[in-house]
Design a protein around this ligand. Structure first.
Ligand code: ZN
Length: 401
């Protein structure tokens, strides 16, 4: 299979020269056994590094039990990914690193056109995941690897990612990615469930989790424009969420999460357009608990999309209704730029040519225009923004809870 060969090629590139990813992984394991594991606090007892299957489930259960949600950050390049890892370590808390279709294609290098077969997006996501896998254990916190919205037209991307997972599973006994999102919210709920169930069945075999979406997240993200949809479509009904719960539970109980619509909007707009109504999620949990005669108050794991610009109060309310993951994209797009903006403002006279600055016409400017300087400024600004997100999500120092 052509794709398998290219994944191996990538793995070889990620590993040290001449060594296989396996050797790298064993080395990382050895380090973890001596020092990194100790960095994860004993009370939480969660695995450090990329978590999948039961290790991932333990992280989600820990979040729900302790009333926090995990930030899920859209990554497009190693600078963003490393900022996520650094923030997770500083916050002593789990992190979800995710790639959108466009983010994956960007990570593959924009010299490639992402054709209908989605090869560039697949390879970029795989490369991003291998980068994270090579580093995550050294950061000493649980890291979840995920991909974002996959609409029906992008299913070849999803197929390619699952092939990469299956190939990784055959070698390592776990999938490359922890979970993936299928977003068939634009189709009828019947078709959404039919396709989602088919994929979940395949994913459950390799311990890979599924996130689905129903209803519509307003706004615009990654080329999908929902700025003009009817207001009523921005709010999911308890009956619809119940339908998703029962259908997917038949296939793989507990192996899915639901992005429901409760007035959330992608992007940041002036306030007042839509009213965020987290209680919709609470009403659905209650409805499902009663219909199914369950003991638990939160049968559904909810995901919060389009949370940029939400108040801490609304975020915490949503967490109270079973939100265990909140996506962050727009706010870290801004923090990346804001770091560069501040850097350029501060060092402007040193950034106008290779030689010559206020200290003298022959003074070199190499140490100011080195990309490591201004991308580091972007990283620092993004780490700060993510630490504030951890606070919003009640997830600061979560591993000590
Ligand atoms: Zn989203």
């Amino acid at each position: 299979m052509a794709f398998a060969v290219s994944t191996q090629a990538l793995a070889a590139k990620v590993a040290l020269s001449g060594k296989t990813l396996n050797v790298r992984k064993n080395a990382a394991k050895a380090v973890r056994n001596t020092s990194v594991r100790a960095a994860v606090s004993a009370p939480a007892g969660l695995k450090a590094g990329v978590v999948t299957g039961d290790d991932y489930k333990a992280v989600v259960d820990h979040a729900i039990k302790n009333g926090y949600a995990i930030p899920a950050v859209n990554c497009t390049m190693s600078t963003v990914t490393n900022a996520c890892l650094e923030a997770a370590k500083k916050a002593n808390s789990p992190m979800i690193i995710q790639f959108s279709n466009g983010g994956g294609a960007y990570n593959a290098g924009k010299g490639w056109k992402n054709e209908k077969d989605q090869k560039a997006a697949i390879m970029g996501c795989v490369a991003g995941a291998l980068h994270v896998r090579a580093l995550a254990e050294f950061y000493g916190v649980p890291i979840i690897l995920h991909t974002d919205h996959c609409a029906k037209s992008l299913l070849p991307w999803f197929d390619g990612l699952l092939e990469a997972n299956e190939e990784y599973f055959a070698k390592h006994g776990e999938p490359l990615f922890t979970s993936h999102m299928l977003d068939l919210s634009e189709e009828s709920i019947e078709e959404n469930m039919e396709i989602s169930k088919k994929y979940l069945e395949r994913m459950a075999k390799i311990n890979c989790f599924l996130e689905v979406e129903i209803g519509i997240t307003g706004g615009e993200e990654d080329g999908v424009d929902n700025t003009d949809v009817a207001q009523e479509d921005l709010y999911s009904k308890p009956e619809e969420i119940h339908q998703v719960y029962t259908e997917l539970n038949k296939v793989a109980p507990g192996m899915f999460s639901v992005a429901a619509a409760f007035g959330n909007v992608h992007g940041v707009y002036s306030p007042g357009n839509v009213k965020l109504t987290p209680s919709i999620l609470g009403a659905a949990q209650k409805y499902i608990k009663e219909k199914e005669g369950l003991d638990t108050d939160k049968p559904v794991n909810f995901v919060f999309h389009g949370g940029s610009g939400s108040s801490r109060e609304d975020i915490r309310e949503a967490i109270g209704y079973g939100v265990m993951k909140m996506n962050i994209d727009t706010d870290t797009q801004w923090s990346m730029w804001d770091g560069v903006r501040e850097y350029v403002e501060k060092y402007e006279p040193y950034l106008q040519g290779q030689i010559g600055n206020p200290e003298g016409p022959e003074k070199p400017n190499k140490k100011y225009y080195d990309p490591r300087m201004w991308t580091r400024a972007a990283e620092e600004s993004t780490v700060a923004r993510l630490l504030s997100a951890y606070e919003d999500l009640n997830a600061m120092d979560a591993l000590s809870k």
